[in-house]
Design a protein around this ligand. Structure first.
Ligand code: IPE
Ligand code: IPE
Ligand code: MG
Length: 239
């Protein structure tokens, strides 16, 4: 394998932060930042695919984001709705497989349906796996997993002593998807904000001051490059 292709992270997760600050800097409404940010996601998905990344997971709307002003929540939901309803042709062309993670039951019925259709229609695509986190919170995801597991115990199909770490992973929204190798957060904040808290136990973190609407292929390459030069360890001894 060529030197440049070595050590490409298999799964990259991104906390796309800073849309509001990007807009503010330009004297624009926050929503303008969200529109620009949405365009960037589509481009980065393509770039990630070309770079050989196999899974991309993006944080689009957290369980905590409902506390934002109603108009902003509406804009974000409408952007997601538009994406779900229009991206099928593009996914088919680029062989992208889509999965929405998060609690979908709180979303509007038409959005839920659009998500179901898109997931269903891209299910057999064999290219990059694209996970979009909507109404997602890591704690909420673990709570839902715990409830499902408890249900199985109550029904007598599972014994408490049979619960392994794998049992938990298998009940998360990301079941079947390898844990992220690299987590990127844009716009200067250095926290996880309830994103993939179980899955990122040994993920490498990369923070950049660049706001999400300004993020591009070069920035993604910088993050991947930083990752490639790190010595990953998972509690063992150095190789
Ligand atoms: C990220 O940008 C988008 C979402 C959280 C939905 P923000 O809207 O958080 O932008 P800042 O952090 O206020 O700049
Ligand atoms: C995290 O960003 C959520 C998303 C990017 C969707 P926030 O802007 O909501 O997080 P905090 O409030 O800075 O932690
Ligand atoms: Mg933010």
């Amino acid at each position: 394998m060529a030197e440049t292709e070595r050590n490409i992270p298999q799964h990259v997760a991104i906390i796309m932060d800073g849309n509001g600050r990007w807009a503010k800097k330009r004297g624009l409404p926050r929503t303008a930042g969200h529109y620009q940010g949405a365009k960037v996601v589509e481009q980065i998905l393509e770039d990630a695919d070309h770079m050989g990344i196999r899974y991309l997971t993006v944080y689009a709307f957290s369980t905590e984001n409902w506390s934002r002003p109603q108009a902003e929540v509406k804009t974000l939901m409408n952007l997601l709705r538009t994406y779900m309803k229009t991206s099928l042709a593009k996914c088919a062309k680029n062989n992208v497989r889509i999965r929405v993670i998060g609690d979908k039951t709180r979303l509007d019925a038409d959005l839920q349906e659009a998500i179901r259709n898109l997931e269903q229609d891209t299910r057999n695509n064999t290219g990059i796996g694209f996970q979009i986190a909507i109404n997602y919170g890591g704690r909420d995801e673990l709570r839902r997993a715990a409830a499902q597991i408890a249900q199985q115990v109550q029904e007598g199909v599972l014994r408490p002593e049979e619960i392994t770490e794998e049992t938990i992973s298998d009940h998360l929204d990301t079941a079947g998807i390898p844990d992220p190798d690299l987590l990127i957060r844009t716009s200067g904040e250095e926290r996880i904000s309830n994103f993939l808290i179980w899955q990122c136990a040994y993920t490498e973190y990369y923070f950049t001051d660049v706001t999400w609407p300004d993020f591009n292929k070069e920035e993604l390459e910088k993050a991947v490059d930083a990752y490639r030069h790190r010595e990953r360890r998972m509690g063992g001894l150095m190789q």
